[in-house]
Design a protein around this ligand. Structure first.
Ligand code: SF4
Ligand code: SF4
Length: 340
């Protein structure tokens, strides 16, 4: 069968609200250098990444008969400044749950339009795929010094999705794979925990990792730099000049506001329903409370932090001990990372 023309692919994606896309022939393998560096730097509780090393370097591992890969970028709104802060991508509904079905439907529509029974596999941060590397190869952006995919037109407030497919898609290059960070180092300077070094992100120092993936106690020296972050961190995106004109989010379901009073009022009994359908729910109750405690402490809101320390949760008590919260009345001494 002839290659599927980009116009058809774009039309089917547009029908799902996906307007930023690129496609490429499924590469047999990827350059291992970035992954090897990341593993060597340390991945904390993300041991599964090392276990999946071979698959991550072989994009067709998820679908050995795949001929092409469709890559899409989906915009969300830039962050709002505030006291207790969480990453903007997690403001609304869980994007994994929204984006994957869209890609699945694009696959079905391809089959219907071409009268075929091709197999497809939709991946949205849900499979061992080196997503940013693939998106860069497809030209959806370059990997900035903040380790994120950046487009000169659309910045980096974007979620990525992929469709591995047996369909022979014509290559559609996004046009933006070339590095345009130049001599800028704003993200490295602004990162409060100094996690950005030499164009890469040191996982175990990054607030996003520490608040979302890390299972245990957050070291005091890093916690002191949190400035109120309780789920993820957007600083290295907020300071990036390429985000100055980032377009608004593409789906209102990705938007939302977490009022402080509501967050602090969530109980163990209401946690699941309060965060139903949102990525935050995956934190589980003890890590949610650990994060709130650290965020409040980092803002010097010690009485509120101490109130959380009385939860009786083992993790929260261990975190309170790490911060010396119940004995020491002093607020953390911040090294003064930039606020967004
Ligand atoms: S997300 Fe925050 S902590 Fe992580 S690298 Fe960016 S600025 Fe640093
Ligand atoms: S802040 Fe500067 S160095 Fe960092 S990703 Fe943006 S352009 Fe690149």
């Amino acid at each position: 069968m002839d290659r599927i023309p980009p116009e058809l692919l774009m039309r089917l994606c547009r029908a799902e609200g996906l307007t930023h896309l690129a496609s490429l022939d499924a590469p047999a393998s990827l350059d291992p250098a970035g992954l090897e560096r990341m593993l060597a730097d340390g991945i904390g509780d993300l041991g599964w990444i090392a276990d999946e090393r071979e698959l991550r370097l072989r994009p067709t591992g998820m679908l050995p008969t795949a001929r092409s890969i469709l890559c899409v970028a989906w915009h969300y709104d830039a962050p709002h400044p505030g006291g207790l802060r969480r990453a903007a991508y997690a403001a609304g509904k869980d994007y994994h749950v929204l984006l994957r079905p869209k890609l699945g439907r694009v696959g079905q529509a391809l089959n219907a339009a071409c009268g075929q029974t091709w197999k497809h596999r939709a991946c949205v941060d849900s499979a061992p795929l080196n997503e940013r590397t693939l998106a860069r190869l497809a030209g959806l952006g370059w990997l900035g010094k903040n380790a994120l995919l950046i487009s000169p037109e659309a910045g980096s407030y974007r979620l990525l999705g992929f469709l591995l497919t047996e369909a022979p898609l014509a290559a559609l290059y996004g046009g933006h794979g070339e590095d345009r960070c130049g001599s800028c180092t704003r993200c490295e300077t602004a990162c409060p925990t100094k996690a950005l070094v030499g164009g890469r992100c040191l996982t175990e120092r990054c607030i996003s990792y520490l608040t979302i993936e890390h299972q245990g106690v957050i070291p005091r020296a890093l916690a002191a730099q949190f400035n109120g972050w309780w789920f993820g961190c957007d600083i290295c995106q907020a300071v990036c000049p390429w985000n100055r004109f980032a377009p608004p989010g593409e789906d209102s379901r990705l938007a939302g506001i977490d009022h402080e009073a509501d967050l602090l009022a969530v109980t163990e009994g209401s946690f699941d329903s309060h965060f139903a359908g949102r990525a935050i729910r995956r934190l589980s109750w003890p890590r949610f409370r650990r994060n709130l405690l650290v965020a409040l402490w980092s803002l010097g809101r010690l009485d509120e932090a101490r109130a959380i320390a009385t939860d009786g949760l083992e993790l929260v008590q261990a975190q309170a001990a790490e911060l010396d919260l119940l004995r020491n009345a002093s607020a953390p001494r911040s090294a003064g990372g930039e606020r967004c």
